[in-house]
Write a protein that binds this ligand. Structure first.
Ligand SMILES: [Zn+2]
Length: 265
């Protein structure tokens, strides 16, 4: 049987409700970014109170970040901190959010105008892969989606210095994410749902890779021509930073089933 064209394959999947995907107001951004935090916690991609995800405030020169000190499943729409790029220091010298979070997210959002959401994780598998000389190996289908789409950013210590910003922007050029060497992962999406999709599946690639390496058995590599061609089969190949939006309504339903009140407060 001949290949079904990609567009026809998409017709087989129930269309997402457009209402779930509109992110036009600050409230929309707060609800959807809260969903990101809750989902990161649900899938075990959080790191107690550390790491961070950000989203632009539509129409404003500001972004939302987690209130430092909250577990990710404690975060609510109203608890997210709104930060203007040049006003992240309070009059008393304290910062409005995690300092490293500000440095990383402000740099990426200011440097990459098509990016709406940035997610950074410290998962065991992500940090493990970031500690390997090889980085992500195209030895499984999860990883192949990201072949040539993930940059590398060298470790410079905890990101307290805004000087690191231009290097983060440079390393993300044309990519959907970064391996932060010896540190973790970072993804950038043209929407909040896209960034979550990229984080979820980049994590899957890392988990499978580490499991395969840990087996100690010989790795079976796909043929080189398949590694080169297969990334083009993913819908994400057309506009990589817009990947995965179709998954988002299902993710919101998952949160509703866990806690019907997660959008409130
Ligand atoms: Zn970090």
């Amino acid at each position: 049987m001949a290949d079904v064209p990609i567009e026809d394959k998409q017709m087989l999947v129930k269309d997402a409700s457009p209402d779930e995907l509109v992110i036009e107001t600050e409230k929309d951004a707060r609800i959807n970014l809260t969903a990101v935090y809750r989902l990161l916690a649900y899938y075990g991609l959080d790191d107690t109170i550390f790491t961070h995800a950000s989203a632009r405030v539509p129409g404003e020169n500001a972004f939302l970040l987690n209130p430092f000190g909250y577990l990710f499943d404690e975060i609510t729409p109203d608890s997210l901190v709104k930060i203007e790029y040049d006003k992240h220091i309070n009059p008393d010298g304290t910062t409005k959010a995690n300092a490293a979070g500000y440095v990383i997210h402000a740099a990426v959002l200011q440097g990459l105008p098509d990016v709406e959401c940035v997610i950074h994780t410290h998962t065991t598998a992500g940090v493990a892969v970031s500690s390997l000389e090889d980085g992500i190996l195209p030895i499984n289908q999860f990883a192949i989606e990201f072949h040539d789409r993930i940059g590398i950013h060298e470790y410079e210590g905890i990101a307290f210095n805004t000087d690191e910003g231009p290097r983060l922007q440079r390393d993300l050029e044309g990519k959907v994410g970064l391996i932060l060497r010896n540190h973790g992962l970072l993804t950038v999406g043209a929407s909040i749902p896209a960034a979550f999709y990229l984080t979820y599946y980049l994590e899957q690639a890392c988990r499978v890779q580490m499991a395969a390496l840990a087996s100690g058995r010989q790795i079976r590599w796909p043929a080189p021509e398949v590694i080169e061609a297969a990334p083009g089969q993913f819908t994400s190949s057309r506009e990589p930073r817009k990947a995965g939006v179709r998954m988002w309504p299902a993710m919101l339903r998952k949160l509703d089933s866990i806690d019907p009140n997660w959008r409130k407060g």
